[in-house]
Design a protein around this ligand. Structure first.
Ligand SMILES: NC(=O)c1ccc[n+]([C@@H]2O[C@H](COP(=O)([O-])OP(=O)(O)OC[C@H]3O[C@@H](n4cnc5c(N)ncnc54)[C@H](O)[C@@H]3O)[C@@H](O)[C@H]2O)c1
Length: 390
């Protein structure tokens, strides 16, 4: 294949940032040949700043263009699965924005289509390119931390204003977006959390609706999770705190790590604390501990994922963020909503999505898209705040 020719579906904030990056030649081997948006003004903007790019208002027409080998999907999340399925059915590779969709059932249908097509399926979990999260994952997965006991992630620096929520009628509504901070901002962190610590067996959640903004959905959530080995987790997120916090602490029987302020701090125990507790003759024993710290390296972010996806198609390289992984964080956030809607009951994973789908559809029926209020300006490049913020 002579390079990877992509079509971008959805040229809003994210899609136009991807367009600018690829069109200016920043991704080796990737070229943008087509763009689709239902909003003609977005297409006009692309026309004004480029040449030789085919423009479409209907993505099905873009998918028929033989000059499109793969697509980048950056439309509102409830359209992700159906768009990606159509692309796979046309034999195109797919890189979908996060979240993979808004319901587990849609994600399952998408997985099925991806499997059938045999094409490359990636997801834009750009924060997976951060060196500290990759190191944390390695430490947990290799057993360096011992058996996991607890993880706590306070990720409250996803601050958003009312103007942000007013900037797209689909935002922060049940019908348009299918949720709030858990479905829009926190998917990055929910994904990293499960990528590093594994999937929990249960989720109990408290989601506070419209606490800080005039929206329909949650702008604050607290999850309590339990894991197969008895470990527990707490995840707190919000778009209403300033200054917010980004602090991930993971404790195992052989040590503890804390990721905060761009540093991973590691306290490594000389022996397993469980053994010390069981065998020491001292009631207040101290365990010899070695301290290390690691600074975050430069984060390739979105460009890193675009390059990795291109290399996977052209050279058969391994994906850092396979699209199939998208279902995990979505299962956690769907479970959190289900827990909230059912009086904060404990939801066991995996679960049958039928009840979730019915409840979400009921909410969507009475959902109102937002209009009025101050609107934020269009964004056309990668914002620093889409990278990991400490
Ligand atoms: N990875 C990240 O860091 C990151 C950051 C921001 C947004 N996102 C994701 O990108 C997606 C888009 O978000 P955004 O902020 O760019 O939204 P946006 O509203 O700015 O852009 C969405 C665009 O899709 C277009 N669109 C809607 N329906 C369409 C259809 N059927 N066919 C073609 N175009 C259609 C809209 O006209 C709009 O221009 C979301 O899923 C969001 O979660 C990811």
């Amino acid at each position: 294949m002579d390079g990877l020719k992509v079509g971008i579906i959805g040229a809003g904030n994210m899609g136009s940032a991807h367009f600018n990056c690829i069109y200016s030649g920043e991704i080796e081997g990737m070229r943008v040949t087509a763009v689709c948006d239902t909003d003609r003004r977005k297409l006009e903007e692309i026309r004004e700043k480029s040449s030789g790019v085919a423009l479409y208002e209907d993505y099905r027409e873009l998918l028929d263009n033989p000059e499109v080998d793969g697509v980048i999907i950056a439309v509102p999340h409830p359209l992700h699965a159906q768009t990606a399925i159509a692309a796979f059915e046309k034999g195109r590779h797919v890189l979908v924005e996060k979240p993979v969709d808004i319901t587990l059932s849609a994600a399952q249908r998408l997985q099925e289509a991806a499997r059938k097509s045999g094409k490359v399926f990636g997801i834009m979990f750009n924060q997976r390119t951060n060196s500290l999260f990759r190191r944390a994952r390695e430490m947990v997965q290799s057993g360096q931390l011992g058996e996991l006991k607890r993880s706590i992630w306070i990720i409250t620096n996803w601050y958003r204003t009312q103007a942000y929520y007013n900037s797209g009628g689909w935002r922060a509504t049940w019908a348009g977006e299918g949720g709030g901070v858990l479905i829009n901002q926190a998917p990055h962190n929910l994904d990293l959390w499960q990528w590093i610590c594994g999937m929990p067996k249960s989720v109990t959640a408290f989601c506070n609706m419209a606490k800080y903004h005039q929206i329909e959905v949650e702008d604050e959530a607290t999850l309590y999770t339990e894991y197969e080995n008895g470990a527990t987790g707490v995840f707190i997120t919000s778009t209403g705190d300033y200054p917010g916090t980004n602090r991930l602490e993971i404790t195992g029987t052989r040590g503890k790590i804390v990721l905060e302020n761009g540093v991973l701090r590691f306290w490594q125990l000389s022996e397993d604390e469980r053994r010390v507790s069981a065998e020491s003759l001292e009631g207040f024993a101290m365990v010899p501990t070695e301290y290390m710290e690691y600074q975050a390296a430069d984060e390739p972010g979105h460009k890193g994922i675009l390059q990795n996806f291109t290399d996977a198609v052209l050279k058969g390289g391994e994906l850092l963020a396979p699209g199939f992984d998208g279902i995990y964080e979505l299962m956690i956030s769907n479970a959190a909503y289900l827990s909230e809607w059912q009086g904060n009951r404990k939801v066991m994973l995996p679960f049958d999505p039928t009840d979730f789908d019915k409840r979400l559809a009921e909410k969507a029926e009475t959902s109102r898209f937002h209009t009025g209020g101050p609107e934020s300006k269009d964004i056309c490049s990668y914002l620093p705040r889409w990278k990991v913020r400490w």
